[in-house]
Design a protein around this ligand. Sequence first.
Ligand code: UDP
Length: 333
Amino acid sequence: MSEKFPILVTGGAGYIGSHAVLALRDAGWPVVVIDNLVTGFRWAVPEGVGFVEADIGDAQAVSAALTAHQIGAIMHFAGSVVVPESVEDPLKYYRNNTANSRTLLEAAVTCGVRHFIFSSTAATYGIAETIPVREDSPKRPINPYGMSKLMTEFMLADVAAAHPINYCALRYFNVAGADPQQRTGQSTAGATHLIKVAVEAATGKRDHVTIFGTDFATPDGTGVRDYIHVSDLAAAHVHALEKLIADPASSHTMNCGYGKGFSVSEVLDAVDRATNLKIERRFEGRRAGDPDALIADNSKILATLPWRPQRDNLDLMVKDALAWERVLAERGK
Ligand code: UDP
């Protein structure tokens, strides 16, 4: 690879963004983070990484950062990610995820940024018609969160057709785990995601885990999901960046998952194995809109990028999530 230009990472102080910052730095890319610190943490941005405290909806601040740092590509993670909240406050999601992405894209086009990597989601599929789900499956989001991300995908396609910029939209499945060196991890309070909730229970932050639904059409009746280690996901972004640079006429939309599902019970068993304890399991009915199973068909990313999963193992994901939870506990968080 030739000269490495600076990359702007929006939401780089957050969970997935901070892992992407590490992956970029480990690969030798200069990085600048822009984050409004609403859910992110200043400490999550390592020494030596430029930091701009601003909202990506602030066109002036974004343009100033793009120009001042001579940004060549953007990795866009900033946004809101809580599905039930998106149902209660849809306009927050259409502002933070859709309208602010539009502002960011306009600044990118105006400032001549050539490559754009977007944090999308399997929630764009809604209730998947087929399992594993392919990228060309129908996109019928069942909540404003998924719709707000899908709308940004549409904008990206139109913008890339009209301007000298190419993009990669990565549709994440269930992201879990933490940096194996424990430099960062999932740190935002009020977690709702299964593995985070379970390791909080395992470290005494909660006294039980609730299993939402035992009557799904899955082998053990609990919901099945494709969990991907956040470090593998971060690595996929670096490969996507290199692909966009190598092949500037191409844009891509790809699933990010392992193509393998685990049930809620299997995940909790893995957490019990990791601690040699038994977390108390309670049972409630299904959450609204929870599909039985959601698993990625990942053949496209495997064919397009040299990305190969390194931590494709539920026990490893749980181990890393648990190690990070213990770091937080030591810090009194
Ligand atoms: N889940 C659960 N208890 C929890 C959190 C999640 O039983 O405290 C289940 C949820 O119903 C789904 C799976 O775990 O089957 C993954 O849910 P999560 O919220 O982590 O991610 P989602 O797939 O909803 O994006």
